[in-house]
Design a protein around this ligand. Structure first.
Ligand code: NAD
Length: 498
């Protein structure tokens, strides 16, 4: 069984700890690798490598950084299949979905290739007589990324391309459940010409995370994961003087109005609820049927959910793979039990699914719960599995109110043919990312990604313009070049323009 090691200063590093974590293949249910779990000393080694590399990388010209980013883009683009296989084997998602996540990450790398344009400063000629004023942005130093299991390639790519293109160095602490894609990426960066120490990977759990949060040489922390940990990261990072963006969990609702094309809505709800086994922070987990839309919608969704082909991620026929661990399977099934016990109708039941050839895999089939009430645990909890709850609401306003009373605010969607209703929805919901007849409204890389309320702690979303802002800080210069020194009187007054 292979041991997955850290990548520090441009090489694999075993680390000082004997602690190891298991890495499963969720389709077979078997442990396939073990991953080293970092100590505080290992984290210090990685941060030190990044701090030393920062001295020269922060001085590298825009042109050099851009060339390396373009090289990296070409390498990732050429290896989408290899990265997708690593993701599929450790996460469980089907290969086409894994390739899709790499593609969405690649878009952030492409965005970062435009860094010279993004870092252009401002200039005011003759702000005062003989005085010019200009601003530019500088990198912060060592930035850390702490990422979840559900997008082992894409979510780190939301962070490090922008951070590194801005002139920072980076320490990534990926999820210990599916760590291999990050090491593979580190090798591609080296092949692209990135100097050693600019991009480092430490594997581990809470010990590694806490060491990053406390380390005096870490300037900024980007986190994506569940809400309780996001809140913890935000509070601890702030307490240790770091800039923090911490993206949390979600409970995404889609509203379906009676005037929507219900066939279209049911197709897209099925894809958004069961794609990646519902383990997406933008998955739709609650469908709010407005007015008379409910019964017809549930009939359609039941049929489509029943048609989803569940199987191993490497099997080209599979549309949906297993969930990530045995514990996740058990938790999801017990939430379905609790929904049923509190009165919801299980109209499609994915509990106890056995997939031929993968009898020990962590599979839960697509599940639809109708007549769900917002007081039920299955509605309140983020399930993070292939479960769609259908809730009924009398009016659009009642549906908007339901969304707004939820503590999360990541993504939401409306299915309608009414522009007026869509506009009321887009203006009324307290959610960061909104889809109109688009169920998974993930912004392109040149916009920023982030939710509201318990879905994001901090004030900057990831990638796009807010990512550039997060990974840099501004300097404003006021300059005078007097050629006749006595022409400018110095005064004890507070300086004002003249
Ligand atoms: P998680 O919070 O368990 O883990 C995320 C990271 O935090 C991992 O690297 C993990 O090692 C670390 N971690 C776990 N427990 C910790 C602790 N006690 N102290 C310090 N660090 C700890 O999340 P997960 O299960 O890997 O991922 C699923 C969650 O991520 C879901 O809630 C999902 O909604 C969320 N998510 C959100 C977004 C978003 O954009 N808002 C995107 C993807 C995933």
């Amino acid at each position: 069984m292979a041991t997955i090691e850290h990548w520090i200063g441009g090489e694999f590093t075993p680390g000082r700890s004997q602690r190891r974590g298991p890495v499963f293949n969720p389709a077979t249910g078997r442990e396939q690798h073990e991953v080293v779990l970092a100590t505080e000393a290992d984290v210090d080694t990685a941060v030190t490598a990044a701090r030393i590399a920062f001295e020269s990388w922060s001085q590298a010209s825009l042109s050099k950084r851009t060339k390396i980013m373009f090289n990296f883009r070409e390498l990732v683009n050429a290896r989408v299949k290899e990265i997708a296989e690593l993701v599929s084997d450790e996460h469980g998602k089907v290969l086409s979905d894994a390739a899709g996540e790499v593609q969405r990450g690649l878009e952030v790398i492409e965005f970062a290739c435009g860094i010279p344009q993004l870092l252009k400063g401002e200039y005011s000629d003759q702000a005062s007589t003989g005085v010019d004023m200009f601003s530019f942005r500088e990198p912060l130093g060592v930035c850390a990324g702490i990422t979840p299991f559900n997008f082992p390639a894409m979510v780190p790519m939301w962070m490090y391309p922008v951070a590194i293109a801005c002139g920072n160095t980076f320490v990534l602490k990926p999820s210990e459940r599916d760590p291999s894609a990050s090491n593979y990426i580190a090798g591609l960066f080296q092949e692209a010409g990135l100097p050693d120490g600019v991009f480092n990977v430490v594997h581990g759990d809470k010990t590694a995370v806490d060491a990053l949060l406390r380390h005096p040489d870490v300037a900024a922390v980007s986190f994506v994961g569940s809400t309780p940990i996001a809140r913890y990261i935000f509070e601890q990072g702030n307490a240790h003087g770091k800039r923090v963006q911490a993206l949390g969990g979600a409970k995404n609702h889609a509203i379906i109005l009676p005037d929507a094309d219900l066939e279209y809505a049911a197709d897209h709800l099925t894809a958004a609820a069961f794609g990646s086994a519902g383990e997406r922070c933008m998955a739709i987990s609650a469908a709010v049927a407005v007015g008379g839309a409910g019964d017809a919608l549930v009939d359609l969704v039941n049929r489509k959910a029943g048609d989803v082909v569940v199987g191993g991620g490497r099997d080209p026929r599979s549309e949906m793979g297993p969930v990530v661990t045995a514990a996740a399977k058990q938790r999801i099934e017990s939430l379905i039990d609790s929904g049923e016990a509190s009165g919801a109708k299980v109209t499609v039941d994915g509990r106890g699914l056995r997939v031929p050839g993968y009898e020990d895999g962590f599979f839960v089939g697509p599940t639809v719960l109708d007549q769900v009430d917002p007081s039920m645990e299955v509605y309140r909890e983020e399930i993070f599995g292939p479960v769609l709850s259908v809730v009924r609401a009398d009016t659009v306003d009642a549906a908007i109110e339901l969304i707004n009373s939820n503590p999360y605010g990541n993504g939401t969607a409306i299915f309608t043919s009414s522009g007026e209703a869509a506009r009321r929805f887009q203006r009324g919901v307290k959610v960061g990312m909104i889809g109109i007849n688009v169920p998974i409204p993930v912004p392109m890389a040149y916009y920023s990604f982030g939710g509201w309320k318990d879905s994001l702690f901090g004030d900057k979303h990831v990638h796009g313009p807010e990512g550039v802002s997060f990974y840099t800080r501004a300097k404003v210069v006021t300059a005078r070049w007097p050629h006749v020194s006595h022409a400018y009187d110095a005064s004890l007054h507070f300086p004002t323009a003249s």
